[in-house]
Design a protein around this ligand. Sequence first.
Ligand SMILES: Cc1ncc(COP(=O)(O)O)c(C=O)c1O
Length: 418
Amino acid sequence: MSLPVTAKTNKKGHLEIGGCDLVELAREFGTPLYVLDEKTLRDRCRDYGDSFKQAYPNSEIAFASKALCTIGVSKLIASEGLGFDVSSGGELYTVLKAGADPKKIYFHGNNKPPREIDEALAAGIGRFMVDNEQELGQIERAAEKMGVRANIMVRVNPGIEAHTHEFVQTGRIDSKFGVPLDQLDSFLAAVKKCKMVHLTGFHAHIGSQILDVKPFVEETRLLLDLTLKYGTAEIGLGGGIGISYLPEQKPPTIREFAAAIAGVLRGKTEAKLILEPGRSIVGQAGVTLYTAGVVKEIPGVRKYVITDGGMADNPRPILYDAVYEAVLANKAKAEAEEKYRVVGRFCESGDILIKEASLPRVTPGDILVTTCTGAYNYSMASNYNRVPRPALVMVHNGRAAVVVRRESYADLVKNDAD
Ligand SMILES: Cc1ncc(COP(=O)(O)O)c(C=O)c1O
């Protein structure tokens, strides 16, 4: 089970993370509750920084803030020396508030609103990752109006299919993202006509939760070819390697991932390599605590355990069949003896967190923990059924700090007009 690196079972038989007893955290902060382990998060930032610097020194790691974007988390990540990939004005605003170095901000998106382009230019961000020709025109006009130069990387569609869910594949030919390779020359001719836009290199992103280095190696070769052909200075490889949500998912280590990519580039180019991992930085650091409510048995069919959260705090299973494991924090030493479908409290039959979880016998009031929820959970959460979003706490050395406070009913209606 991929728990945070500080996870252990304490004398009470409770699961502990960052020196904090999860049963006590549930009591103090309520459930559902997102818990993030500072040590795991810092370790992963360092794994990426060190592995890539060693394998290919001219490299930069920019955290994909879409995976988890809050001021506190961004501050911690910036303190580890990472830059940021942002894909909206809101993410840009958040990481700037956290004190991110604007020069290390990479602005993505396949239809950046003009206002957000202006905000990014005014902030002096490092690079616009340009997705199409219309956007190029928008950036040129905005830069001209502001009298500033915009450095861009072109996002190409590499036509690489990776083995991951269709909705998190982005490099296929039939994709809304990126400039198709057969349109690249005409795109570059348009770049040449721009006065305020300067092209630094090519970028691609083949998808997320990819557990094999091969498609990344293929992508790196393609970007290297473009870099050599057009004499550009930077290569943007997109997101990081996948993570182990289930024991049978065995991704390569970050070191192996870095070595495979560096193996393509070393000796062939001096171009700067930019990588934007999200999931593999924050995923394993996070767990979500729920209180088990109704336990329902349909004889001959299955047993259900209904939590006080579900698809609004973790929409990944209903969106793309994402898989998770669970454990009971208050029965961490007990053997798994029953199979349960772990579901949520929301008004959708598809509100399933885990189709079949092996757990000790569940009784109402147990603290059920889903693991590997640090990435794309809080950042994708909604207020469906007008349920306030949970709090997020960061744990370290026996202390828990609130990084995002729990929403209140007042928060839910604060933008409503009569
Ligand atoms: C352009 C881009 N970069 C980086 C990422 C982060 O990917 P991951 O979380 O798999 O590392 C994504 C995620 O979809 C992305 O679209």
